[in-house]
Design a protein around this ligand. Sequence first.
Ligand SMILES: [Zn+2]
Length: 245
Amino acid sequence: MERNIQTRAIVLSVRKYGELHKALTILCPDLGLLDVIIFGGRKGKKTALAPLFSINDLQIYHNPVKKEYSVTEGVSTFIPQAINEDLGCTYTAAFFCEILTKSPTDEPNQTFVLLENALTELEKRPQLRRRITISFIWNLMQISGTAPDLEACPVCDRRYSDDEVLHFSNPMIVPCCRSCADSEYLVLPPGARRYLRYTAGMDIASSVEVQLSEAAESRIYNYMLRWAGLFSQTQLRTLNELLNF
Ligand SMILES: [Zn+2]
């Protein structure tokens, strides 16, 4: 790898690194997830560099001997404001970042674009955070290649009827027909299934335009959060914060 790297990067998390420095986890279109250090990032003019949830053009220095990446310069092209002023949106952005950190995809470029769209929509329309979350999770499943078509049961291949309620297969982590189900944890009603089928393949900006009643939105939102919790196959700290919010 080159010693000097120029890349776009979204900041997924920020931690202290010693008394004076900061360590970040960033998502880059080509490099995927990367841990980087900002030396002197906790004092002086470098404190403003690459804040949490920001989108940046960064210069990174790679020290192959120490196996260390450090940010030498950076310009933010997006800095969240509305997101930071609304607790629900802050939890939502943190959830997006945590799931991408703990369950990285093999498609960093598409994942980068998805998170970029999710954060900019959240900033523009914080009141639509639930729909943005539904679309983010649904798109993430499509990118990872695990999203079912919701037309036929993935276990027995039988086509669903229009008014069929879907149950859930824990081993496959997908909705399935009642006879193939081994769990009553997640139940998907026909209207919710229609919404997910209709919005499959839509980007976040388009899918949040699709009208949903408040009750349906809340039902699908809770469903998708729980599904994402199983899908990520790890404990997500931010998921409980969102489910209890
Ligand atoms: Zn089945």
